[in-house]
Design a binder for this molecule. Structure first.
Ligand SMILES: Cc1cc2nc3c(=O)[nH]c(=O)nc-3n(C[C@H](O)[C@H](O)[C@H](O)COP(=O)(O)OP(=O)(O)OC[C@H]3O[C@@H](n4cnc5c(N)ncnc54)[C@H](O)[C@@H]3O)c2cc1C
Length: 402
């Protein structure tokens, strides 16, 4: 089966890995001119972590990543208000938890793909499908035929737009905006700790990385800089300078290290800012075009498990396509049947987390503070971490006789 996969983030290379391992011919396409480096750090655990184990990349992820020890909440003067021992959480998850740059996870999965054909700076621009295949028009002007085209091109997927229609039909805003600000030579460092300061409607975090690097993370309600300041679904791609201005307005007046982090906005390489949204589609495929990862069913960073979901979806999609190698539509239905309820559940859990990242008002902030203090009790930390375990039994497609 020859499959075009648009997007080399997490879901794309994971799908390519499994399809290749099952004897098919994936072709990876990526709009960026090269694999992205740097960027934000993700927490990685659960079934996605188990799949990384089956791919053999866990040692590399642990080497490139961070085994965080502490989640610390501070007040406007930097005084500790509560501290959660993340080691207790890791222990409760059987040590299967690592924080790693999303780009390092992406690079590790891609490296595991071996000789899978990968083209950077080339992407799908048009699709024409019939009963036997899809003609994909690529950005270099060529047209190629595939058995299946998969959109693994993230929250703002172009393949989804081509096959399903404009984003505003499927993107559900969670009313927040997130920005990641990589900072070199930042003077305040707390190794293996994520330090955060929260006021109503806004949260600022800082994570110390290797070498001379740190990461600032800003999350606020999307009207914190005035209505429409950060745009909405269907708007043209936002301009980084306008986003940075809106962030300065939204976070102006906050204490702790906020002014220093804001002062880095203009010079941050790989600055990232986007609305926090989910994707809700009636179906994850349309004929011979399918979606995977954030493109299909983004749960958002509030769910905290987007990369794990991307890995799980990629594995199940590849496995079901292989099991139904003579009937692609049946494989696509089986993929969705296996995962839809599980993924929808994760999307619901993201909504419950909004109050932690950007509590709506002073009362919600007070509740969040009480919650984090309770969660700092070791027994409660371990108990809460157990709730992070995925309740899903993954098939072992790699053991299927071929
Ligand atoms: C600030 C932040 C923090 C997060 N924290 C966590 C966390 O702690 N834990 C966690 O598990 N998840 C976290 N997530 C979510 C996680 O990053 C995503 O769910 C995950 O990366 C989804 O993987 P993906 O491959 O579907 O999409 P992406 O990783 O977004 O990859 C999409 C790829 O497609 C490419 N692309 C885009 N458009 C096109 C196009 N037209 N043609 C070709 N290629 C294209 C992009 O360049 C990119 O390489 C966080 C997200 C954010 C924004």
């Amino acid at each position: 089966m020859r499959v075009a996969i648009n997007g080399v983030g997490v879901a794309g290379p994971a799908l390519a890995y499994w399809l290749h391992r099952f004897g098919h011919e994936p072709v990876l396409l990526e709009r960026a001119p090269a694999l992205r480096t740097g960027g934000y750090v993700i927490d990685y655990w659960g079934m996605g972590y188990e799949l990384a184990g089956r791919m053999g990349i866990v040692p590399e992820l642990r080497e490139r990543g961070y085994l965080i020890r502490e989640l610390r909440a501070v007040d406007a003067e930097g005084r500790t208000r509560s501290s959660i021992d993340v080691r207790q959480m890791r222990q409760a998850l059987g040590d299967s938890f690592v924080s790693v740059a999303r780009s390092d996870l992406s690079a590790a999965v891609l490296a595991a793909c071996g000789d899978v054909e990968t083209r950077f700076g080339v992407w799908v621009e048009g699709l024409a499908q019939d009963a036997d295949g899809v003609d994909a028009t690529l950005s270099d002007g060529s047209t190629e035929r595939f058995d299946l085209v998969v959109g693994a091109d993230g929250l703002h997927s172009q393949v989804r737009a081509l096959a399903f229609g404009p984003a505003e039909r499927f993107e559900r805003s969670l009313g927040c905006v997130v920005a990641a600000v990589p900072m070199r030579g930042y003077p305040h460092r707390d190794e293996l700790a994520y330090v955060l300061h929260t006021v109503p409607r806004r949260q600022v975090g800082r994570f110390t990385m290797r070498g001379d690097e740190s990461l600032g993370l800003l999350i606020c309600r999307d009207d914190a800089a005035g209505p429409g300041a950060f745009g909405g679904p269907g708007d043209p791609e936002p301009d980084a300078a306008a986003q940075q201005d809106a962030l300065r307005r939204a976070f102006g007046g906050m204490g702790w290290e906020t002014p220093e982090i804001l002062s880095r906005l203009g010079t941050a390489e790989d600055f990232y800012c986007d609305r926090v949204s989910q994707i809700h589609l009636p179906s994850w495929s349309a004929g011979r075009v399918a979606l995977v990862g954030d493109a299909a069913a983004c749960a958002s960073l509030l769910a905290g498990e987007g990369t794990g979901l991307a890995m799980i979806e990629a594995y199940v999609l590849a496995g079901e396509l292989d099991r139904h190698r003579d009937d692609i539509p049946a494989g696509l239905s089986a993929y969705e049947e296996q995962l839809r309820e599980f993924v929808t559940d994760k999307q619901r859990s993201a909504l419950r987390m909004r109050g932690f990242f950007a509590p709506g008002n002073a009362l919600a902030l007070a509740m969040q503070k009480i919650g984090t203090r309770i969660a700092a009790v070791p027994f409660v930390t371990r108990l809460a971490a157990r709730g992070f375990n995925d309740e899903l039994e993954l098939p072992r497609y790699e053991d299927d006789p071929r």
